[in-house]
Design a protein around this ligand. Structure first.
Ligand SMILES: Cc1cc2nc3c(=O)[nH]c(=O)nc-3n(C[C@H](O)[C@H](O)[C@H](O)COP(=O)(O)OP(=O)(O)OC[C@H]3O[C@@H](n4cnc5c(N)ncnc54)[C@H](O)[C@@H]3O)c2cc1C
Length: 576
């Protein structure tokens, strides 16, 4: 039940960023805040809570995802792919794989340099990462010594982060590989220190064996008790609207139009201080363009009245391409056990009883962020290195105790190990644009992540797969790793075969950013200023993953949390 339609702040999107901002603003009892979220409440959804069941959230007709498809991806054999985005209170943090990885110090220093605001540098942002984080013991309470560096963590924040809470037998082999091949695969005690390079123990947004999302952390019962915090779920925003009475030439946005049946009965909520757009890297540019904010020529052609001419809206879409690679494993202790219903029932009973057992962690237990070996670095003699600097991986390996993401289990079944390979700093740039044949604000936009459109990304994935093969060639894996699955075995026969395999199997890593990028004040590109206020307007601020001008070289939820923590401080400073 809403008290009315007038607030100080209206936040569009209850995802990673939106819920942080809602929490921080309602610390001030004088601020009335409304969050509008398209998806349902996160409460009572078992798959959302049990880490290892996260994959069940991705069913074709999932009620917790937007029904998005990409445009045909030229770099991926013209395939249109699903593009997963959370549509639930918590947004991406309610459906994601819970990897907690901040990116490198170089990533943030580059944001500072590109935006002209040192407040986005690593040194300035580390306190915001810490403010958000609550490091907790892993579910099995094992000894964490030597698995993370406490000096880079906070034990008193909001959002639980922990190490894997169940010990699979293959873990020791990963660490043994770092000892056998320290030059190529060095051990990194904590890839969240700013220096990501090496192989480390994975950190997850998990506490007490349960997902910690922005909904369960920032909108927990102790916060929902605040009488100034209001959350409206199952409600989709169509547009932001300018004030009806003029405040001069610059449009002033103070109203948000939304619907609950996605056809009629459009309501309008008013924000006396700011409208904050936190609908994510797809939702945010979509709402902006529907509202007449974007490339004037394109919007006019679609019959949308242009309010602000900002051609960068929806452009610079940056996404990491990922290729899953799987091998048969000589083990009976892998994720494939969850496919056995009896075993799953036993594991679920254990989770229900004590929040322990194999279901307390999602797929993937070790992450490696690595630079190209010397012999591959010569590529930078002829082109610019898209990575942000020496602390930043060119590629990432995600080492998982089961078959790769989306990889069908071979007919004969079996147990598997996979190393998912990611181009961590891609050079391709895509776009989010309006669907010209169905321009209703409630229809999906055209999503083009431009997978492998720049040949560098293909090159990076080739190196990554070759390095994954090398990683598993260490003595540590003798007798454990058997032959690769057929398609990978074929791929490893020639350079052409490897390229064909990558184009056939590449998917988006679900870390989109950049579609409402920040740029220096008065720059002729970008969508928001470094204080995240919309250019050429007043009253409208964007706080979410879309403002990052480059994709962070790790995973995007932790950077988004930090952006939101700083964003909330910027809002508070404006209204102090
Ligand atoms: C399947 C998947 C796996 C991932 N795995 C990881 C991982 O392991 N680690 C990691 O770091 N990152 C991961 N990510 C990415 C991470 O979750 C995102 O980077 C992060 O959630 C982005 O935060 P955001 O606030 O920008 O957007 P979101 O968290 O997506 O929040 C946007 C919210 O706005 C709502 N919204 C959008 N449009 C409207 C509208 N018109 N009206 C009302 N509400 C609207 C959405 O429903 C959503 O709740 C994953 C993402 C996905 C989808």
């Amino acid at each position: 039940q809403l008290p009315g339609l007038n607030y100080d702040f209206v936040i569009i999107g209850g995802g990673a960023a939106g819920n942080v901002v809602a929490n921080r603003l309602t610390e001030n009892p004088n601020f009335q805040v409304l969050v509008i979220e398209a998806g349902p409440s996160n409460e009572g959804i078992l798959e959302e809570q049990v880490p290892a069941l996260a994959l069940n959230l991705y069913a074709e007709d999932s009620p917790y995802l937007w029904p998005y498809m990409t445009t045909p991806q030229v770099g991926a054999n013209n395939a249109s792919q699903r593009f997963l985005r959370g549509r639930i209170l918590g947004g991406g943090t309610g459906v994601n794989e819970m990897f907690y990885s901040r990116g490198s110090s170089d990533d943030f220093d580059r944001y500072a340099n590109v935006s002209g605001d040192q407040g986005w540098s690593w040194d300035a942002m580390l306190p915001y990462f810490l403010k958000n984080e609550k490091w907790v013991a892993p579910a099995d309470h094992h000894n964490e010594t030597g698995q993370f560096d406490p000096k880079f963590h906070n034990f008193t924040g909001m959002n639980s982060v922990s190490l894997a809470g169940y010990q699979w037998p293959m873990f020791s082999r990963v660490i043994q590989t770092t000892q056998e091949m320290p030059d190529e695969f060095p051990f990194n005690l904590d890839y969240n220190s700013g220096n990501t390079i090496g192989v480390g123990w994975v950190q997850y947004t998990i506490g007490n064996g349960t997902r910690s999302s922005s909904a369960s952390s920032c909108l927990g019962p102790q916060f929902m008790n605040r009488t100034n915090l209001h959350v409206l779920v199952n409600t989709q925003v169509s547009r932001v609207l300018p004030a009806t009475s003029g405040k001069g030439k610059t449009p002033h946005f103070n109203r948000v139009e939304f619907s609950q049946d996605l056809k009629s009965a459009l309501f309008v909520a008013t924000a006396s201080k700011e409208v904050i757009l936190s609908a994510g890297a797809i939702g945010t540019p979509h709402i902006l363009m529907n509202s007449g904010i974007g490339d004037k020529k394109t919007l006019t052609k679609l019959g949308i009245k242009s309010l602000i001419d900002l051609p960068s809206v929806g452009q610079n879409f940056t996404e990491q391409p990922l290729v899953p690679n799987s091998w048969f494993a000589n083990s009976t202790d892998t994720y494939e056990n969850f496919n056995n219903e009896t075993q799953l029932d036993i594991d679920l009973a254990m989770w229900n009883q004590s929040r322990t057992g194999p279901l307390v962690s999602p797929i993937g237990q070790h992450l490696a962020f690595l630079r190209f070996p010397k012999e591959n670095s010569s590529i930078f003699e002829t082109r610019e290195d898209p990575s942000a600097g020496p602390n930043t991986g060119h590629y990432e390996l995600e080492i998982a105790n089961g078959i790769g993401l989306l990889t069908p289990i071979p007919a004969g079944g079996g147990h598997f190990i996979s190393v998912q390979t990611v181009c961590a700093a891609p050079a391709s740039r895509g776009s989010v644009t309006l669907n010209t044949t169905h321009p209703s604000p409630f229809n999906s936009p055209l999503i083009d992540p431009a997978l492998l459109m720049d040949s560098y990304d293909l090159f990076a994935l080739k190196v990554a797969i070759q390095q994954a093969v090398k990683f598993l060639s260490a003595d540590a894996w003798q007798g454990y790793v058997l032959e690769p699955l057929d398609d990978l075995a074929q791929a490893l026969t020639s350079d052409e075969a490897l390229e064909a395999y990558i184009r056939q199997t590449v998917v988006a890593n679900e870390h989109p950013v950049g579609t409402a990028a920040m740029s220096p004040k008065n720059a002729d590109w970008g969508v928001v200023d470094p204080d995240l206020l919309m250019k050429k307007a007043t009253g409208l601020r964007i706080i979410d993953a879309s403002i990052m001008p480059y994709v962070p070289s790790g995973h995007s939820q932790a950077p988004t949390y930090a952006v939101a923590e700083r964003g909330a401080d910027l809002v508070k400073a404006t209204w102090a």
